[in-house]
Design a protein around this ligand. Structure first.
Ligand code: TGC
Ligand code: FAD
Length: 393
């Protein structure tokens, strides 16, 4: 009987999930991976330590077509959703903060204009946001309204043709970098989205200092003190929580991929380290307990990648539900955090320094675990889908 010669699985893509990608997706993925290798990886530890998100990256990533990349028209690249996800994966393999910048710009600041804006608003903002000339942020969360944003107090009232905006937002990514903020506010007509230029009189951004997570990302409090906005600052096509929650679907989708990237980076760092680090006269990779950890990390990383690609295909087919996005966001992030913690231990003392990427990813993932819907909120979203019983009311 003739023997079939099986190829040994690749330690870095055990199930050959790359084989599920089409040529276009793979090409884009390779381009972003090369960019991360050249521009992000050599510098990120220093940026992270100093608490810097280098703003000049915006134009570089704009030139690469990474900003609002899965949106059609208005200077956006119009790629598949899967390609957008793969870009998030590669960026987050570099650092969650860099992926956050791209998520916020494309999915949270550009998407609401693209989806709910007027033609004039789209023409005015989207091309310059796609190129990185204008930076956006997304203000939904408030100090007292996090998981329950519908309890927001920020409000806007009509004054003749104008709107007057008052209130504050908390934990806003890109807040101090932004040229334009998408602010969600309570009005007599429901929850509405406003395009607020950050040089408006009455607008203040205060950076959140002393973060020990997501340090290569700017996080801010935004304060609105009687900001007068023209009538056409409001997004005309939505007046309920459906507006901001639709944007979250987009960003959470990117995070499902991104977390798979952070997981891969931690697993690969641990694999490389285990092969080189010698104790008891042997590479630590030869110890059975180490091999078990590597296998657990590999399986979790591959599973996250597989789930992400599956969600990408469903989104490209127009079939992805918000509850399925919750599956990807919740499961991939919690698994990435577990992988990061295992990898941290495997690196021993070296695991606590920024010489290796692991502890940076590990602390970053604590933010990713919380933002865009906490683990508990996604559990309850899926719980409602399973039982038909909502638990938020
Ligand atoms: P609920 O009463 O169920 O619905 C209100 C309206 O919204 C619609 N809707 C959705 N629409 C689109 N997508 C979804 N996923 C939707 N979920 C609900 C719904 O149909 C209804 O529409 P209408 O037209 O009939 O009024 O909503 P609720 O207020 O009870 O909220 C439920 C809950 C708890 C799930 C929601 O509030 C939630 O997801 N909370 C978590 C908050 C959150 O994730 N915040 C994220 C802030 S942004 C951020 O963290 C950025 S981090 C930076 C980065 O991404 O890198
Ligand atoms: P809370 O809602 O107070 O939750 C505290 C704890 O209670 C959590 O464990 C939560 O799961 C649990 N909990 C709450 N409700 C329930 C429930 N019903 N059942 C069980 N448990 C529950 N927001 C923006 O709008 N724009 C941004 O750009 C942005 N960027 C961010 C960047 C960073 C680095 C961080 C950390 C946050 C960012 N956020 C942003 C805010 C983020 O979305 C919120 O932190 C998140 O939604 C949780 O809100 P909270 O922090 O107020 O926690």
């Amino acid at each position: 009987m003739s023997q079939i010669a099986f190829q040994k699985p690749d330690a870095r893509d055990f199930l050959d999930i790359d084989g599920l990608l089409d040529d276009e997706d793979r090409m884009l993925r390779d381009t972003v991976r090369a960019f991360v290798g050249k521009e992000i990886a050599p510098n990120i530890a220093e940026w992270w330590e100093e608490g810097i998100m280098p703003v000049e990256l915006a134009k570089v990533m704009g030139d690469m077509g990474l900003l609002g990349m899965h949106l059609e028209g208005y200077g956006c690249a119009g790629t598949s959703a899967t390609a957008y996800g793969l870009a998030c994966l590669e960026l987050e393999a570099g650092d969650s903060g860099i992926r956050s910048f791209v998520s916020v710009q494309g999915s949270l600041a550009m998407f609401p204009i693209w989806k709910f804006g007027s033609d004039e608003q789209k023409l005015e903002y989207l091309p310059r946001m796609a190129s990185g000339e204008l930076i956006g942020c997304f203000g939904l969360t408030e100090a007292d309204s996090g998981s329950d944003p519908s309890s927001m107090k920020t409000n806007a009232r009509r004054d003749g043709n104008d709107w007057i905006l008052n209130g504050s937002k908390m934990w806003i990514t890109n807040g101090n970098l932004a040229d334009v903020a998408i602010v969600w506010a309570r009005t007599d007509e429901g929850i509405r989205g406003f395009i607020v230029p950050t040089d408006s009189k009455g607008f203040t951004a205060n950076e959140v200092k002393h973060k020990v997570s997501l340090r290569a990302s700017v996080t801010s409090e935004l304060v609105f003190d009687d900001i007068r906005l023209p009538g056409d600052a409001v997004l005309p096509e939505v007046s309920s929580m459906r507006g901001p929650l639709s944007c979250l679907n987009e960003a959470r989708f990117g995070i499902a991929f991104g977390a798979a990237g952070a997981s891969r980076a931690c697993y690969e760092a641990a694999l490389d380290y285990a092969m080189e680090r010698v104790q008891f006269d042997k590479p630590i990779a030869s110890f059975q307990l180490t091999q078990q950890k590597l296998v657990e990390m590999m399986i979790a990383t591959q599973r996250a990648y597989l789930v992400a690609v599956h969600l990408g295909r469903r989104k490209d087919a127009g079939e992805l539900s918000p509850q399925q996005v919750s599956f990807g966001k919740m499961d991939n992030v919690r698994n990435a955090l577990e992988v990061a913690r295992l990898a941290r231990g495997l690196l021993g003392g070296n695991g606590i320094t920024l010489e290796y990427p692991v502890i940076r990813h590990m602390t970053n993932l604590e933010s990713v675990y919380t933002y865009e819907g906490t683990n508990e909120i996604h559990t309850l979203i899926m719980g409602e889908a399973l039982t038909g019983i909502g638990s938020f009311v």
